[in-house]
Design a protein around this ligand. Sequence first.
Ligand SMILES: [Zn+2]
Length: 255
Amino acid sequence: MPKVLAAFAHPDDMELLCAGTLRLLVEAGWEMCCLTLSGGDRANLPWTREEIRRVRLREAQNGAAVLGGKAHWAGLDDIGIFYCREQLEIVVEAVRRFSPDLILTHSPDCYTLDHEETSRLARMAAFACKNYHFETRSPAMKHGPHLYYTDASEGKDKYGHPVRADFWIDVTPVFALRQKALACHESQCGGKPTPENIRMFQEMNERRARRQGEYCGVDYAEGFRQNLAHNYPQDDILGAVLSGFVKRPGEAGNL
Ligand SMILES: [Zn+2]
């Protein structure tokens, strides 16, 4: 069974960026694991960091389960993700243990350094996981996974400039599941999971996916760029597996 690893900084990032694509991969027979690097423990909530982490990791499990996958915590802290040897070893070991064919991670340009550093860690881990002189508990992989970057949060970088995808996945058929998975993150609903607050959280999710959809002529979409640097897999595995859902710039109906 092919495997996809969604490596993101915080417990709800996956739902806000690529949950539809992950669901489509699950429906295509893929095994999915969401690796949340931090436990989201510094969210502005009136509990201890341990309590917040416990709640948010449970929410991450529930959200991944809605999509047919599982979630795993890398053991790092919120506002505590850095590209360094120690954290790279943690991410490389997580990659080796799951041994994915495909990794989805944050855009290299995003609004918070937790996201950007996660992107750097995932990028290097996708390379270092097959280097047997970079030792972790698990053995080196024979082949490195394909690596793709999702949209930036709200589709823009720190200058406010749009970060445009190279292609999009039309997630309209599964968007209701992306919303259902997001609703698992009750602690992020304005501090109180009232129906009104959950609806507002889902409306934000909808605005983001709808904007990407406007770029490619569908209701809801998720954008991606593949890491095609030297020594990374060059074939477009994501586009090939989900070919029936791929939208590319310049196609009829696209901007
Ligand atoms: Zn985040």
